[in-house]
Ligand binder design. Structure first.
Ligand code: S3P
Length: 441
């Protein structure tokens, strides 16, 4: 599937609207996982019906969990308890979803059945040694393909022991994997992270009655606990909202309201970075929903300036860099990103994919080992059409759709099918606020 954008010379119309983007992907995954392991019936509202979260849902169905829905974001999970999962008949296929694979590896390492986890070609090239290594330290019997790539096979019946694990990289997936294995391990398990990463696992486990303690970078829990069913109201995904935040910031006279967005402080780096660049963002109706902060975000056009992005904000905005690169390309001056080598092992090498697309659009951009240097300029100048590859990466595809709002050329964005992994109604919502975007099979 391709996105074909309009050419926006001389001026793109302003973006105006009041919208709610789809549900948070990270929280959607966890709601199915923990709902399945809880005792009782968990009701979920606002579930993201994207392919990644649906892959998690299908995996738990394949392990014997009765799950009703999803229907308009409404899901009912009939939990089977911590030890109620059954061996799936086949390998669990997790599509494009790194979160499903890494968290499931932790949850399934201590079961009494064997299971194999597989994925699509992008997922099959992503590093899983980062979860296999700590799981082996805990006593898991785990196999991966060469260089720690998927598929992952977890051989059942291993008895796990708690460990104290210092994470070698800032990764919520690795942290969650170890903590989830820890629920099935003898004794105490702790994780210590080098920088704060999203803490939805910790919040949801605690909200469902699993006792854990948190002290700065260290989280601890003891194996053998139980989860209680809950009602889970999933906010809109700030990572999806980010495309609209940048879009409104770069198109003159824009004024967008994004409703009920999750504002967990481990996820709000994108707001802080855009504000440092001069963006005009205001929050209203701030409140807590199921232990997660939520608010409406209003974002109005404001001229952006290039900045050196503070490294402490990098893990707090890790999924938002593709679209932040577009903000940088539309800013006055130069933006420098460092400390972001993790971007090279996401659904694509996001540094390379973004730099290549920006260069094709005539922007001076250079990748570095751990980031990029981007000089603001005129997108698409001198071209009628520019072709950009998204490398099957949803966030690269959506980022270049945002770039088109300031491009004087038409942009054809290739390999956009995977937008459905995190934001299935992106194109229609984007058109509803003023994007010129055609989807072609
Ligand atoms: C996620 C964690 C992040 C993020 C991914 C979702 C999660 O990955 O990039 O989209 O739900 O835990 P890392 O923890 O590997 O950085």
């Amino acid at each position: 599937m391709k996105f074909i954008t309009g050419s926006n010379s001389p001026e793109q119309n302003s973006l105006v609207g009041d919208i709610r983007v789809s549900g948070d992907k990270s929280i959607s995954h966890r709601s199915i996982m923990f709902g399945s392991l809880a005792d009782g019936k968990t009701e979920i509202k606002g579930f993201l019906e994207g392919e990644d979260a649906l892959a998690t849902l299908a995996a738990f169905r394949a392990m014997g969990v009765n799950i009703e829905g999803p229907e308009n974001g409404h899901v009912i999970v009939h939990g089977v308890g911590m030890n109620g999962l059954k061996a799936p008949k086949e390998a669990l296929y997790l599509g494009n979803s790194g979160t499903s694979m890494r968290l499931l590896a932790g949850l399934l390492a201590g079961q009494n059945f064997s299971v194999t986890l597989t994925g699509d070609s992008s997922l099959s090239s992503r590093p899983m040694g980062r979860v296999a290594d700590p799981l082996r330290l805990m006593g898991a019997d785990i196999e991966t393909a060469e260089q720690g790539r998927p598929p992952i096979t977890l051989n059942g019946g291993a008895s796990l022991k708690g460990i104290d694990y210092d994470l070698p990289m800032a990764s919520a997936q690795v942290k969650s994997c170890v903590l989830l294995a820890g629920m099935y391990a003898e004794g105490e398990t702790s994780t210590t992270e080098p920088a704060p990463t999203r803490d939805h696992t910790e919040r949801m486990l605690a909200g469902m009655g699993y006792s854990l303690s948190r002290d700065g970078a260290c989280t601890r829990l003891t194996g053998g606990g139980q989860l209680k069913a809950a009602t889970i109201d999933i906010p809109a995904d700030i990572s999806s909202a980010a495309f609209f935040m940048v879009a409104a910031s770069i198109v003159p006279d824009s004024d967008l309201i994004l409703r009920h967005v999750g504002l967990n402080p481990t996820r709000t780096g994108v707001i802080q970075i855009l504000e440092l660049m001069g963006a005009n963002i205001s929050l209203s109706n701030e409140h807590l929903v199921g232990g997660e902060p939520v608010a409406d975000i209003r974002i109005q056009y404001a001229p952006l300036v290039g900045i050196d992005i503070p490294e402490r904000l990098v893990p707090l905005a890790i999924d938002e860099f593709p679209v932040l690169f577009i903000a940088a390309a539309c800013a006055t001056g130069t933006t420098v990103l460092t400390g972001a080598e993790e971007l090279r092992v996401k659904e694509s090498d996001r540094i390379q994919a973004m730099v290549d697309g920006l260069v094709a659009l005539g922007i001076e951009a250079k990748g570095t080992t751990d980031g990029a240097i981007i000089k603001g300029g005129c997108l698409g100048a001198g071209h009628e059409q520019v072709d950009v590859q998204s490398h099957d990466d949803h966030r690269i595809a959506m980022a270049f759709a945002v770039a088109s709002l300031r491009s004087s050329s038409k942009i054809v964005i290739h390999e956009c099918d995977n937008v459905a992994t995190s934001f299935p109604n992106f194109a229609s919502l984007a058109r509803s606020v003023g994007f010129q975007l055609i989807v072609e099979a």
